[in-house]
Design a binder for this molecule. Structure first.
Ligand SMILES: [Zn+2]
Length: 262
């Protein structure tokens, strides 16, 4: 599930992974001074030509990159995106107020989600993502996958947009890559102990349901650094680490991320 290979194709100097699928973080390289636009975003291009974009859970079978080369020539590149099928997961035994919240609770949830979304507007030139991503906990059983259709206590809900790793409460959670902490809160209503780490270029990892948060907003973390302890705070039926991964507001599949090369 976590294996990764990076065959590349290169046309006109543009390098992209050969195979693309829904939920994938796409890391490419472009010649100097290329401009690239994807779904209304003008992509940041690093000094060495690196760029990223994300393919959403329901990305279309063909998506378009708009390119403008150093010579000013505009062109369009169509990319094929493998369509995935997602399982249905039924979760029972959740506290009912977390599934059908009261208006007061709903207002709190919306306030907290707005604060998390605000942390995801950052577009930082740091290239912490280029060295790949290690697992935040080792040897865990996967208890929930990205994209699954969720039915909570019999109520259809939004799809599950992260990777759940079942581990005992108190298990240390490690940063999968270097970054800067952009959000840290001990107990949000749905997500409990919550930490966001920005890896640059609009990419962030999020960790939910932690029993303890051990980092502060603005703190620089290294890959492997302990950022908190696993738990089951917020809406959870058992102790686990929920790892989410975003390109700005687009939620991606952590299971598809490139692993560290060294
Ligand atoms: Zn989860």
């Amino acid at each position: 599930m976590f294996t990764w290979s990076v065959p590349l194709f290169a046309v006109d100097g543009l390098q992209l992974p050969e195979h693309l699928q829904q939920g994938q973080l796409v890391i490419g390289h472009a010649p100097p001074a290329t401009q690239i636009e994807f779904q209304g975003h003008t992509l940041r291009i690093g000094a060495d030509g690196v760029f990223v974009f994300g393919l959403a859970r329901d990305a279309a079978p063909r998506v378009e990159l708009k390119l403008r080369g150093a010579d000013g020539q505009a062109q369009t590149r169509m990319l094929d995106v493998e369509q995935r099928s997602y399982p249905t997961e039924r979760v029972n035994g959740l506290p009912q107020q977390t599934v059908t919240p009261s208006p007061e609770i709903l207002a709190r949830i919306e306030r907290e989600q707005a604060a998390v979304q605000a942390a995801r507007t950052r577009d930082d030139a740091r290239e912490d993502f280029v060295h790949g991503f290690s697992l935040p906990v080792a040897g865990a059983r996967i208890s929930g996958v990205y994209g699954s259709q969720r039915i909570d206590n019999g109520v259809p809900k939004a799809p599950h947009m992260g990777l759940d790793m079942a581990v005992p409460t108190g298990t240390p959670v490690h940063a999968p890559a270097a970054g800067v902490v952009t959000f840290a809160a001990p107990d949000l209503f749905l997500t409990g102990g919550t930490v966001l780490i920005d890896h640059g270029f609009g990419l962030d990892s999020s960790f939910l349901h932690m029993s303890r948060v051990e980092v502060k907003v603005g703190e620089r973390v290294k890959r492997g650094q302990v950022i908190g302890l696993a738990g089951m705070t917020g809406r959870a039926t058992g102790p686990h680490v929920h790892w989410g991964f975003n390109w700005f507001q687009v939620r991606l599949d952590p299971a598809l991320l490139p692993r560290p090369s060294e």
